[in-house]
Design a protein around this ligand. Structure first.
Ligand SMILES: Cc1cc2nc3c(=O)[nH]c(=O)nc-3n(C[C@H](O)[C@H](O)[C@H](O)COP(=O)(O)O)c2cc1C
Length: 196
């Protein structure tokens, strides 16, 4: 099985990178091939400009986007790791979807809505927050992220989201709590083994 991990975090010392490390480790234990696209390290340009906008509605896709699409084509499992920024995705990841999930690649646009083209792929999402779970729930974070990324992006492109896991209060937890949180990654990755 091939996995594509997309991580969107500017700091290699962050908890998000610890998640990347754990996710990679457990996937490799299951003998998955793991490919990591680190959007900050790649200096991925997330801005869909007028010229690129043509690629959203037509099929002239730039070379750098074709390369990202190839990683998706080759993957059975897509994993996204990112922090919550302003109750949503970091801009670099939102822009990745804007530019990489093009019409004709990720979906066909029809008058009745989008026809997903990535039906053979599944996804796991790891999202961290600064807020405690209670506040995140008051702000309906899970519901709004579910609508925007799980349903609004991935499901519309045919991708089945297996699990969208949240790690709350990350800047405020001590070493022991971080360690415990990281232990939660293993059973999530092992779900794949049970399902396959
Ligand atoms: C620009 C910015 C916006 C943020 N907005 C939110 C937010 O809306 N909700 C939230 O819970 N945390 C928010 N945070 C906090 C981060 O989500 C939190 O620090 C991060 O998930 C912790 O993981 P890390 O240590 O890997 O960075 C924000 C942080 C930044 C830098």
């Amino acid at each position: 099985m091939n996995t594509l991990i997309v991580i969107a975090h500017p700091n290699p010392s962050s908890f998000n990178y610890s998640l990347l490390d754990r996710v990679t480790h457990y996937l490799e234990e299951l003998n998955y091939n793991v490919c990591v696209r680190d959007l900050y390290k790649l200096k991925f340009n997330p801005v869909l400009m007028k010229d690129n906008y043509q690629t959203f509605s037509q099929s002239e896709v730039e070379q750098e986007i074709l390369e990202e699409q190839k990683f998706i084509i080759d993957a059975d499992l897509l994993v996204y790791i990112f922090p919550t920024w302003w109750s949503g995705l970091p801009a670099i990841l939102k822009g990745y979807f804007d530019r990489v999930f093009t019409n004709g690649f990720a979906f066909n646009m029809t008058k009745d809505g989008l026809n997903g083209l990535l039906n053979d792929k599944r996804a796991i999402i790891f999202q961290t927050t600064g807020q405690p779970e209670k506040i995140a729930k008051q702000l309906q974070l899970v519901k709004s992220m579910g609508n925007s990324i799980d349903l609004g992006i991935l499901a519309r492109c045919g991708i089945e989201v297996i699990i969208h896991k949240y790690f709350y209060s990350v800047p405020f937890i001590d070493h022991e709590e971080r360690r415990k949180m990281l232990l939660e990654v293993e059973p999530i990755i092992n779900l794949l083994q049970k399902e396959s």
